[in-house]
Design a protein around this ligand. Structure first.
Ligand SMILES: C[S@@+](CC[C@H](N)C(=O)[O-])C[C@H]1O[C@@H](n2cnc3c(N)ncnc32)[C@H](O)[C@@H]1O
Length: 471
């Protein structure tokens, strides 16, 4: 499967996952004798379900998968050039399976040595996997993220998707779990529609994601899961990050290990209710459910971290902060030159170094329903995040949180107090219900917050000699 090694690098944005597929197609690729590898390409991003002899798909009808995965109406076919309506026969559509950032070296190691790795490992989590499966409603679609050779995929019940970046691992998984739908892709750019999967298990796969990229990876997982979906994630415990983990018998793989409290913070930030965080010798295991809320979209080298009060129910369901019609955040942010795309937090982070979070995760019809306690907890969480990721500056959108937790008499503008060691700008709510603030004023506030971030980045640069954050 030589073509599997050259994973293309285009990464779809969060919004490009919207369930409006124009076309999809399957193309038969050259496989071994009696084998077929099927590629699916669609404007949602692309998935490559790998099925040899199409065993699994006999059990579950293709329309069901395609509908549930949000990849539009397409047929699973086996004939060369047999494509879904609207796509010329033989057309080559771009595939975008991997993110630009996929830990290629690590995946290549699994590609070469993964099956050997799997055969040497003891199966210590089968009972766990079966207990997890028992809690998933019958018939609910579940996924094994970074399924590897499928050591636990079969224990998760069915219907199940085995998802991994390494084709050789999926090859092994196919033998182990013939009824699973196998998809090759990057867990940092999951190729499934919004709210399409009902449970996720990830044993020792997110440990290959650099720490500063885990929030966005989990935001993507949050997007893909239904509200209330169960999640079981296990990673390495500790402080190590790098590609020379002591005692790694395979060698060269990138690992990020986590302290439990820091990991819980990341999952809470990503919009999950953490039921338990268990530390067992060298591993940390999180059990959680997907909440109806927004995940943080944050990372390293943020210029401005925009901190909302809490998501509206509308925004939580849309998966985009300030999405409610009438909210002026996005138009004002565009007018102020902070972002170039409407309602696209991932684009804002990647291209404008603008991160987004909320003080309180609980969505409400109105921010007046939030308590002082919720604001205080939220401010403490944001402070920890700021100390870790060090955005140039913070912009609190809505005065209520800062007033409730920090300064009762605060007015809009730059604040005397810093937060997590970074300067803070507080501005009025952009909600359409806030009739006091005119659009032009909101634009001015966002410009001033952006100027504050730029000035702070220059100071950092002078003090440390490091490159300033991109503006
Ligand atoms: C330590 S193995 C665990 C496999 C399996 N969960 C198990 O418990 O046997 C990690 C797996 O994650 C996969 N992986 C690593 N980085 C990935 C990425 N960015 N996207 C998808 N899978 C990835 C590897 O190919 C490998 O199969």
């Amino acid at each position: 499967m030589g073509s599997d090694r050259a994973l293309p690098v285009r990464r779809p944005s969060l919004l490009s996952w919207a369930p409006t597929v124009r076309h999809s197609y399957y193309e038969r690729q050259a496989g071994g004798a009696g084998e077929s590898v099927f590629w699916l390409a669609g404007s949602l991003g692309c998935v490559r379900p790998i099925h040899r002899r199409m065993k699994g798909l006999r059990e579950i009808s293709a329309p069901r998968w395609t509908e549930q995965l949000g990849v539009g109406s397409c047929r699973l076919v086996s004939g060369e050039g047999d494509v879904s309506p609207g796509v010329p026969a033989g057309a080559r559509l771009p595939t975008c399976v991997a993110s630009t950032d996929v830990e290629r070296a690590t995946v290549d190691i699994y590609e070469r040595r993964g099956p050997e790795w799997a055969s040497k490992r003891r199966l210590v989590r089968r009972a766990d996997a079966r207990r997890f499966a028992k809690r998933i409603p019958g018939g609910a679609l579940r996924i094994d993220v970074g399924c590897g050779a499928g050591r636990y995929t079969g224990d998760l019940g069915s219907p199940v998707i085995g998802f991994d970046a390494a084709a050789s691992m999926l090859g092994r998984c196919r033998t182990e779990v013939p009824g699973a739908l196998l998809v090759q892709g990057d867990l940092e750019a999951l190729p499934f529609g919004r709210g399409t999967l009902e449970a996720a298990w990830a044993n020792m796969s997110y440990l290959h994601v650099p720490k500063v990229r885990l929030p966005v990876a989990l935001a993507d997982l949050h997007r893909m899961l239904t509200v209330g979906a169960l999640l079981d994630v296990q990673v390495l415990g500790g402080d190590y990050e790098g590609d020379a983990l002591p005692g790694d018998d395979v060698g060269g793989r990138f690992f990020a290990s986590w302290r439990p409290d820091a990991l819980v913070d990341i999952f809470v930030g990503a919009g999950f209710a953490v039921e338990s965080c268990q530390v067992d010798r060298e591993v940390v295991r999180i059990r959680a459910t997907r909440l109806r809320t927004l995940p943080d979209v944050v990372g390293l080298r943020m210029s401005l971290l925009v901190v909302g009060l809490n998501p509206s129910l509308y925004a939580a369901d849309a998966g985009v902060g300030f999405a409610r019609p009438g909210n002026r955040f996005w138009p004002a942010a565009r007018a102020a030159g902070l972002v170039s795309r409407d309602r696209d937090p991932l684009h804002a982070l990647r291209h404008h170094a603008l991160g987004m979070t909320d003080l309180v995760k609980r969505p409400t019809a109105s921010a007046s329903e939030l308590s002082v306690r919720e604001y205080a907890d939220g401010l403490a969480r944001v402070e920890r995040m700021v100390r870790w990721l060090r955005p140039a500056a913070l912009c609190m959108v809505g005065l209520a949180g800062w007033r409730a937790g920090v300064d009762r008499g605060a007015r809009a503008g730059q604040q005397r107090r810093r937060w997590g060691g970074r300067p803070v700008y507080v501005m009025p709510s952009t909600s359409g219900a806030n009739a006091h603030a005119r659009f032009e004023e909101l634009v001015e506030h966002l410009r001033a917050a952006s100027d504050l971030a730029a000035a702070a980045a220059r100071v950092d640069h002078r003090e440390s000699g490091s490159a300033p954050a991109p503006e």
